[in-house]
Design a protein around this ligand. Structure first.
Ligand SMILES: NC(=O)c1ccc[n+]([C@@H]2O[C@H](COP(=O)([O-])OP(=O)(O)OC[C@H]3O[C@@H](n4cnc5c(N)ncnc54)[C@H](O)[C@@H]3O)[C@@H](O)[C@H]2O)c1
Length: 344
């Protein structure tokens, strides 16, 4: 293995590309790189899920270029990756999208990562950050206790689309490792837990509870919780993740995989009560309903916590935004967005 340069990439004055940048994590990451003095940020996206609304707050910055392209088309990636210092790769199909179209989802999550790695090698990109997921630990009763980076994948009883998603992220991680071993391609894999925050979309099953609860209580309905609400969810605020992406680029770490989760897990019932409270309706007690067999809902029987201590050691990162504070910001953003739409 030949190592050509150090793994640390300076943000100030640097040139970067965020692949899958026109969405939740991507838009926040572009914002963070600009805030820290990047001289150029290319935002590469095929807009299959992303939208121009999600990037309207950053595209007026002269340092941002939007590249409309598909990671399944290698020539487009090669052209876009010319002259960069670092790449943050986010484009993917998550569980709900995988359920709709598994074949394209597997192509994007596997062949797509291979193409990104190939573009890194061809264009001598100093460092790649790859967004993986806590889906690599699987779902169901066996997922319990502290989930650390060595915890294995549990698939028994999980919905097929969740297994396809988790397994495809495991493969994506190994494609990065392979590129490091063969070509010395520096990389850091961040295993995000469930993301929430400004520019939230409707494709992440767990975050749907937040928007559905806010919508219900605003209309005067009791929010619904599937099952008994005792299962765990471990969220992370999107701004904390944007910081993790930036710190992973800057750090000396390479060839590492770390969890990036929020401060503490929460149960569904606690989450729904908290959202109702922050929406001004603490009196709206959640209604417990039976699961709809036709709908993919990610429930995990075991109480778990996604441990993020390794991220502190490897890249100096720890989450800063509490669930209460992050939810306040997120709900306020939804209110502002709705107000704008109703005025237009
Ligand atoms: N959102 C979450 O709760 C969550 C949790 C864990 C991990 N992750 C991972 O974090 C990353 C970012 O999450 P997000 O919620 O911002 O993602 P997202 O679903 O909004 O997708 C990111 C972007 O990728 C683009 N994209 C999809 N296919 C593409 C292709 N073939 N070529 C170019 N662009 C393409 C989409 O248009 C979208 O703008 C993903 O890799 C996801 O798997 C997300």
């Amino acid at each position: 293995m030949k190592e050509k340069h150090t793994p640390s990439v300076r943000i100030s004055g640097g040139r970067f590309m965020v692949i899958g940048g026109a969405s939740l994590v991507g838009s926040a990451t572009v914002e963070e790189l600009l805030r820290c003095g990047a001289s150029e940020v290319r935002l590469f996206d095929n807009f299959s899920f992303g939208s121009s609304d999600a990037i309207s707050h950053i595209i007026s910055d002269p340092r941002v270029t939007v590249v409309s392209g598909d990671i399944l088309r290698l020539p487009q990636l090669l052209a876009a990756a010319e002259g960069l210092d670092g790449i943050v790769h986010l484009a993917a199909f998550m569980t709900l999208s995988m359920d709709q179209d598994p074949w394209t989802g597997l192509n994007v999550n596997i062949q797509g990562v291979q193409n990104v790695v190939e573009a890194c090698r061809a264009c001598k990109i100093r460092k790649l950050i790859f967004a993986s997921s806590n889906a690599v630990y699987g779902y169901g009763e066996s997922v319990k206790g502290d989930l650390v980076e060595t915890t294995p994948f549990h698939s028994v009883g999980a919905p097929p689309a969740a297994i396809l998603y988790g397994a495809s992220k495991i493969i994506g991680e190994q494609i990065c490792r392979h590129a490091y071993q063969k070509h010395g391609q520096h990389y850091v894999v961040l295993r995000y837990s469930t993301v929430y925050g400004e520019r939230q979309h409707y494709r992440a099953a767990n975050a749907l509870y937040i928007v559905e609860t806010q919508d219900a209580v605003k209309k005067g309905y009791r929010p619904k919780v599937v099952g008994d609400g005792s299962e765990t969810k471990h969220f992370v605020y999107v701004g904390d993740l944007a910081r993790a992406n930036r710190m992973a680029l800057e750090s000396d770490a390479t060839d590492v995989v770390v969890n990036t989760s929020g401060p503490e897990p929460i149960t569904t019932l606690e989450l729904v009560r908290l959202v109702a409270d922050l929406s001004g309706r603490p009196d709206m007690e959640p209604e417990l309903v039976r699961p709809d067999p036709g709908k993919v809902r990610l429930t995990s029987g075991g109480a778990f916590r996604i441990d993020h201590a390794a991220a502190k050691n490897a890249i100096g990162w720890a989450p800063e935004v509490s669930m209460r504070e992050g939810l306040k910001r997120f709900l306020a953003w939804r209110d502002r967005t709705e107000e704008k739409i109703s005025q237009s």
